[in-house]
Design a protein around this ligand. Structure first.
Ligand code: G3P
Length: 222
């Protein structure tokens, strides 16, 4: 499973890329707004220059013509930009048009297998089931990820759409997304940090250092 960062924060993106484990970024209007009043195009272009892989950027229009026009503009901003289109009927039609033009779409705000099937049929490159938001209303978000993966697997010749587990809220979601077979999990920076943390690792490192110091003093082993 590949890891994307779910943020528009440049410092966090630089950090994730520097760690060598982040190969893409997903943003949305809420995440961009968190960065204050910014020049949207310049921000996306900067993110695209830092990240080696796909950078998803959402359209704001809700009608087909508006979404397609916006998507065409966004697609010209950088080679690795991917356009996020919401899971509506208009979104399906826009995705179909954009896919025919070779513009990559991340079909977002997906909350059902049917929405994911339409994303695939329309030619979306990615579909993003929102795990945490389903959990929030008492449903099982990760089950949806698993269901979409299983259904897509039955049609390996016709469905090439990749599943991005999105709205990830905690490190266990990452484990579950990998177990469910998602090709990608897009994670907040905080969750990325939490993924490496384990109290027994911290205790283990201090114990090793303590034992070493008791016998060898402060010197290193070189
Ligand atoms: O990737 C989608 C994500 O940004 C939504 O997350 O936590 O707002 O549901 P959340």
């Amino acid at each position: 499973m590949r890891l994307f960062l779910d943020t528009a924060n440049i410092d966090h993106i630089r950090h994730g890329v520097q760690l060598g484990v982040i190969t893409g970024v997903t943003t949305n209007p809420s995440l961009v707004s968190k960065e204050g009043k910014v020049d949207y195009k310049r921000l996306v272009q900067e993110i695209c220059s830092i990240v080696p892989g796909p950078v998803s950027t959402e359209v704001l229009s809700q009608d087909v013509a508006g979404m397609v026009a916006e998507a065409r503009q966004i697609a010209a901003w950088a080679e690795n930009v991917v356009v996020k289109i919401p899971a509506s009927l208009e979104g399906v039609e826009a995705t179909h048009q954009l896919a025919r033009e070779g513009i990559r779409v991340n079909f977002t705000l997906c909350f059902s297998v049917n929405q994911a099937l339409l994303a695939a049929a329309a030619g979306a490159t990615f579909v993003s089931p929102f795990v945490g938001r389903l959990d929030d209303i008492g449903e099982n978000g990760m089950r949806l990820v698993g269901d979409i993966v299983e259904v897509f697997k039955k049609y390996p010749d016709s469905i090439k759409t990749q599943v991005i587990a999105a709205s990830i809220r905690h490190p266990h979601h990452c484990v579950q997304a990998a177990e469910a077979g998602a090709q990608i999990a897009t994670v907040p920076h905080q969750v990325l940090i939490q993924m490496i943390r384990h109290p027994l690792t911290d205790i283990g490192v201090s114990r090793f250092m303590e034992d070493w110091r008791k016998v060898m003093g402060e010197g290193k082993n070189t």
